[in-house]
Write a protein that binds this ligand. Structure first.
Ligand SMILES: N[C@@H](CCC(=O)N[C@@H](CS)C(=O)NCC(=O)O)C(=O)O
Length: 214
């Protein structure tokens, strides 16, 4: 049996993506809480020892470290035969949405939510810019899941697990009323939450939390 250690902090949606995938695949992991708020991931020591990219999450599989959630999710999909695409066309779609999510939805939503909920006095101009981008991306996701159960059709894939990473947290953190503004996204999240083994972010990512500003 493989052993996993996940370096994370509880507010990290990127960490949630991996914790959720492992859990849905029936794999357990040792949570390695990391003091992101104190700037540990910015230190030369942490970067030399854990991740030269200076990012959380880091997943250790049998002592080998891996970073970047998209390729890790794809690797786990292959390893467990779960949540991958069924054929070439689906695999292309999974990749397409994973790239989009990393650059767009998760990328901007993570920055917007972190400043909104965990940063004292964020710059309102920066927030307005980020919110405008997130609004656009949520509209794109809403259209995608309006007439299909999951992002790539009738079955959940790692594209869904990636894209829900920052949307599964308590709504007051990002400040979106999804059922009102993006009803298809809200319904899609509810479908994901019925997957056997699903757990909410703070249930999967325990430990000391950052002080919330909203
Ligand atoms: N594309 C990366 C994003 C990872 C990421 O941005 N992690 C955040 C925390 S959730 C981080 O460590 N940010 C530090 C920074 O941007 O300097 C992934 O999928 O793993």
């Amino acid at each position: 049996m493989r052993t996993y250690r996940l370096h994370y902090f509880p507010e990290s949606g990127n960490s949630f993506k991996l914790a959720l995938m492992l859990t849905l695949c029936g794999a357990s992991f040792e949570p390695v809480w990391t003091d992101f708020g104190a700037g540990v991931t910015r230190t030369a020591d942490w970067r030399a020892r854990v991740n030269p990219m200076g990012e959380i999450p880091v997943l250790e599989e049998d002592g080998v470290r891996f970073t970047q959630t998209a390729p890790i999710l794809l690797r786990l999909a292959e390893r467990y035969g779960r949540f991958g695409g069924r054929d070439e066309a689906e695999r292309f779609e999974v990749l397409r949405w994973l790239f989009w999510d990393n650059q767009k939805l998760s990328g901007f939503l993570a920055a917007y939510r972190y400043r909104r909920a965990f940063t004292p006095a964020p710059d309102p101009q920066v927030q307005a810019y980020l919110r405008g981008r997130v609004d656009d991306f949520l509209g794109i996701l809403d259209a995608q899941v309006r007439d299909r159960a999951f992002v790539v059709g009738d079955r959940p894939t790692v594209a869904d697990l990636s894209m829900c990473g920052y949307l599964a947290f308590p709504p007051e953190e990002a400040g979106y009323d999804l059922p009102a503004a993006y009803p298809a996204v809200a319904a899609w999240l509810q479908r994901l939450a019925t997957l056997p083994g699903w757990q909410a972010p703070y249930a999967l990512l325990p430990g000391k939390r950052l002080p919330r500003t909203v």
